[in-house]
Design a protein around this ligand. Sequence first.
Ligand code: MN
Length: 738
Amino acid sequence: MGMMRQYELVDRVRSYNPNTDEDLLNRAYVYAMRAHGTQKRASGDPFFAHPLEVAAILTDLKLDDATIVAAVLHDTVEDTAATLEEIETMFGPDIRRLVDGLTKIKKLDLVSKKAAQGENFRKLLLAIVDDIRVLLVKLADRLHNMRTLHFVPPEKRLRIAEETIEIYAPLAGRMGMQELREELEELSFRHIKPEAHATVTKRLEEVTEREGKVIGEIEDDLKDKLAASGIQAEVFGRRKRPYSIWKKMERKSVSFEQLSDIFGFRVIVEKPEDCYRVLGIVHMTWPMVPGRYKDYISTPKQNDYRSIHTTVVGPGHSRVELQIRTDNMDRIAEYGIAAHAHYKDGRAGEPISLADESRAYQWLRRTVDLLAEGDSPEEFLEHTKLELFHDQVFCFTPKGRLIALPRGATPIDFAYAVHTDVGNSAVGAKINGRIAPLLTELQNGDEVEITRADGQAPPAAWESLVVTGKARAAIRRATRVAVRRQYAGLGRQILERAFSRAERAFSDEKLKAALKRLARNTVDDVLAAVGRGEMYSGDVVKAVYPDLEPEKRGSADGKPGAAVSGKGWFELRQGENLKFKLPGEAPDNAIPIRGLGGDLPVRFAPHGGAVPGDRIVGILTPGEGVTIYPIQSPALAAFDNEPDRWLDVRWDLDDKAPQRFPARIALKSINEPGSLAQITTTIAEHDGNIDSVAMNRPNQDFTDVTIDLTVWDLKHLSAIISELREKRVISRVERVVG
Ligand code: MN
C-alpha cells in the first residue's frame, strides 16, 4: 500500500467539504512529514504513513479540517522535536488544543494495575469531554494501530488488543459508532483468542456455503414484495462478524450449531413511516420470532441509535434478523457521535456544540460529572466499564419522563437516576401501578413510582445490589455519613458517662473550648473518634478539665473488679479477661462433607469453624484426620508448602435433616450496663446458638467480645452479623475465620 500523497488527502476532504482550507491541510502534511523524517514503523513503512492513514479514516467520517489536521499532527509532539508552541503558531489555538489532548492521552496505560488504570481512564474521559474530536482522532489512531498490530512484537500485542476490547471498542459503541466498534472488536478478538476466532470464522464460511442460497431467495423475495407495495427501499444482506457470534455463544452458552440467526438484512428506506410499512410486510410474509421485535425508533438507545429490529423464520426454517431504518438513522447508527460532529456550512474550525444534539455526549458528560463525586479511581472504572457494556432498559416516571438505565437496573437505580434525594429516601416502589420489591429487575417500558420516607438512610447492602455508578456512589456517600453519625452517637454516650464518673459537667460548648488541645476541628470529630476507639474518654475529660485529678484508668468505680455479677461484664477491669462456655449439647451429627475417602475423622477449623456457603478445603493430618477450613482462612498459609495435605472437598448437605455449623464472630462493644444482654439476645432472637463467650476489656470505654456460635449457613450468619451491626452499643462486628 503506497503512502497517501498530499493532493490525495486534499481531494478526499474536498469531496465532502468544498470550502476546505487547502493551504492548512498542505502545511500540516509538510510539517508532519518533516517532523517524522526517517522514522519507521514496526512494519518497516515510513512512520509518516501512519498519521496519514489515521487522517484518511477520519475523512470517511467526513470530519472538519481541524480534526483532519490534528490527525496528521497527532504523533509529532510526543515522538519528534515538534512543540505545542510551534503548532499553535502555525495552525492556531484550536488545533493546538486537539494535539495537546491527544499527546496527553497517548501514554495512558489502560490495562495496568487497577488503581493506575482507573486514574488513567479518568484522565482519558477528562481529555475527551471538552472536545469530542480528541476521541474521534484517538479511535481512528487505535483502529489503524489494530489493523497493523501483527507487525508489533507478540508480547505487546495482547496488551494493546485487551485495552482495545475493554476500553476503546465499548467507548466507540457508546458514542454510537457501531462500524468502528465492530472492527475494533474483530481485530482484538483475533489476537486475544486466536483459536476461537479461527474456529468461528471457519464454521461461518461453511454455513454460508450451505445456506447462502436461502439468503439470496429471501433478499429477492423481500425486494419484490416491497416494490409491489410501492416502497422505495434498499436491501443489504450481511453475515454477522465472528466476534458477535462468539459473544452470543458465550453469553447464552450455546454451540455454533444452535445459533441460527447468523444472517441479517438491513432495509433502508426514506421516511420513518416507511419503516413501519416494511415491518408490516415482513411480518405478513414470514412468521416473526416472539420476543425479538424491538422498536428503537419510538424509544432510541442512549447512544442515539434508532432502528426497528425483528427476527423472522424464513424459508428452510432459518432465522433471519432484520434491521429497518431510514437513511438518516443509518448514518447515525454507523457514525454515531461523528455524524453530529460533521463539519457544517463551511465554517471550518467552529467549535462543535454537541450538548443539545447527542444523547451519547450527554452520557459522557454525566459520567465525567461522576468523577467529581469522589469515587476512588478503581471503583469509578468498574462502574463506567459496567455501564459501557450494559444494554439499556427504558422506564418512565409517573409524569412520563424517560429514564434510561443499564439492563439489570432496579427501582433503586431508577430512584437515584431521578435524583440523589429520591434515592436516599426511597422505601418502596410501584411498578406499573403495583407494589413491587425495590430489587425487582426493571423491564423496558415500566412506569416506576418511588415511595419515599424522610429521615431515611439507604442500607449499606444496597451498594452491592445496584448497577448504576451514580446509585453506588450516592449510597456509599450516604452510608459513610450514617456510619459517622452512629460513631458520634456512640462517642457521646461514652463521654457522658465518663464526665459523670468524674463528676464534671459535659456540654458541646465545653468540648468546643478544648478542641485545640484534642487536635480536632469539630465537636463531631471528637465524638466520632471516641466512638471509634481512637481517643479515650479519660483523655477528653482531662482536656476539658486540665486541673482534674487523673482518673485511675480501669477501675471505674474504685471497687475491685468482680467477674461476672448480676450486672454482667461491666465489672470487668481494664486488662482483665473472662471466658465462659454455655451449657449445650454437642452436635453428634456426622460432618457432611463430600470428597473424603475412607473413615477419616473430620473436624472443623478449631478457631472459627466453617459454614455452608463457604468455599472449603480439607487439610489432612496423618494419623489424626481431616480439618475443614474456609478457603479464606489465614491458617491455611501454614500448609502452603505441603500440597499433598490439601484435599478438594465439598459440602454434602441433606435438606431434610438441616444441621448447625460452628462459626466465630468478634465484636467491640461500649461499656454500658446491658450491652452483653443486648448482644446475646439479638443472637438468640435470630436463631443463633451461642457456645461460648470470651471477653477482654482493653480500656475503660470498650470491651472486646469473641463469640463462638452455631448457625445454619453463611446467609444465616451474615443476617446475624448485620442485625448486630444495627445495635447502638456495638461499634464493630466481624466474622473471624481461624
Ligand atoms: Mn498514532
